[in-house]
Design a protein around this ligand. Sequence first.
Ligand code: SF4
Ligand code: SF4
Length: 176
Amino acid sequence: MQKSLHIDPNKCTGCLQCEIACSFENYGVFNRAKSRIKVFEFHETGRKVPYTCTQCDEAWCMHACPVDAIVGAAKLMHTVVTDLCTGCDLCIAPCPVDCIEMVPAVGADASWVRERADAARARFERRNARLELERKARRERLAARALKAKADPDAEKKRAIIQAAIERARLRRAQP
Ligand code: SF4
Ligand code: SF4
């Protein structure tokens, strides 16, 4: 069953109990730095607003991860596969809501052995190969589109219509 967290900022009193509960649920400690929900304070007004990962459309964190340790689809369940994470920090800066927090790994995740390093390198290389294929496919699509546009018998006519529309807009803007 898919679960979702609904945050109503209008009801927040800024008590920070949510941060404390979250750190306890996930790490068994009362430590706000380990919470996956954050309470932001607007200093000018004193207003507090809780926030967490917005599952943003672009998933910048996922695109930034060099070893594909973040999985999910657009707006859906972006999540970190902790045993694949190398702790490189590259996902932190691209997050538009600054909700990624690095915490020390625990249990099996904390042991970084040769096999894990080799597996991470292999994932990095597979990712690079995949991205290169995607770039190549995009280049080919663009080239095919450019060729098609060039071959269009009405291309000159369309260009003239667009140019005339631009000229009309420019004249309208120039009018007092
Ligand atoms: S810290 Fe982990 S999840 Fe973030 S980019 Fe690096 S490997 Fe990926
Ligand atoms: S970039 Fe930030 S807000 Fe977007 S999916 Fe990743 S963690 Fe969530």
